[in-house]
Design a protein around this ligand. Structure first.
Ligand SMILES: [Zn+2]
Length: 280
């Protein structure tokens, strides 16, 4: 299946070393660490509006809840005959996590402290976008940091991280640059949504020419959601206003690919400064 790969120990080691570097760089920030399984409650997913914007990327979990007869005569028979069998399954109460941060917002319901919340999480995420392009994975890991609070607090945090993200990736010799970006909104209204997202500068990405110069690859993205999640999950500031939120996410596999592309396939032969930076 395009976009679903196994990984070697060398590849995985680079992912883990980059993850450890992010932990070292952010240690003094005092973020709360949270860890979630790669599936989320379907009701949270429905509430998030993901299906309004990105139905084509979603992955819902279905399972068999039928009788022995249906199993024997219909399901097994169809599978073994190579016939479609999806209609014999039922929707379960979970979907695949579309982003690491989606699990975080429902935990923020209520009033956040004066200086807001800062949460650091990571997860496997799923995007249904099969492609032969090697950096476009259907399942990949994101290290995400989420900021929730007043608009001032959230925007100042986002702007500081834009600088910080650039510095962090430049320190690894990766030729990233920032650009405003938009999400792959679905359908006819999608183009308008994407345009408005760009105009309001709600999404930035750090990109580098991993596959081509013309279409650089994003390895880190910054999203300012304004009051979207605050409204949905009833998150309030001390002043009683709806809280704003922003997140930044590092695409772990893409960063590892960028490191191999930039420094070569043998990490032991990478420049000393880079290896020192990625010490465990
Ligand atoms: Zn996010």
């Amino acid at each position: 299946v395009p976009g679903v790969f196994g990984r070697s120990a060398a590849f995985e080691d680079v992912v883990q070393r980059f993850d450890a570097l992010v932990s070292r760089v952010t240690e003094a920030d005092g973020a709360e660490r949270m860890f979630f399984p790669p599936v989320i409650d379907r009701r949270i997913f429905e509430k998030s509006g993901y299906l309004d914007s990105f139905p084509q990327l979603a992955g819902a979990v279905f399972s068999f809840e039928g009788t022995t007869d249906v199993h024997h005569e219909a399901l097994r028979a169809r599978v073994h005959e190579g016939k479609p069998w999806g209609d014999l399954l039922s929707m379960t109460s979970v979907v695949l996590a579309p982003a690491a941060c989606y699990s975080v917002y429902p935990t923020c319901t209520g009033t956040v402290p004066d200086d807001g919340r800062l949460i650091d999480t990571n997860n496997w995420v799923f995007r249904h976008e099969p492609s032969p392009e090697p950096t476009r994975l259907q399942a990949f890991r994101m290290r995400e940091v989420v900021r929730v609070g007043t608009p001032d607090v959230v925007l100042a945090w986002r702007d500081r991280w834009l600088e910080r993200g650039l510095e962090l990736l430049h320190s690894l010799g990766l030729p990233v640059r920032p650009q405003t970006a938009s999400d792959a909104f679905f359908g006819r209204g999608g183009r308008f949504l994407a345009q408005s997202q760009r105009q309001q500068e709600l999404k930035f990405e750090l990109v580098l020419p991993l596959i081509s110069e013309e279409a650089p690859t994003a390895v880190c993205s910054f999203n300012y959601h304004q009051d979207h999640f605050g409204e949905l999950f009833d998150i309030r500031t001390r002043g009683g206003e709806v809280a704003h939120s922003a997140c930044l996410g590092f695409g772990m596999e893409r960063i590892a690919m960028a490191l191999f592309k930039t420094h070569g396939f043998v990490p032991a032969e990478w420049p000393e400064a880079i290896r020192e930076r990625l010490r465990r």
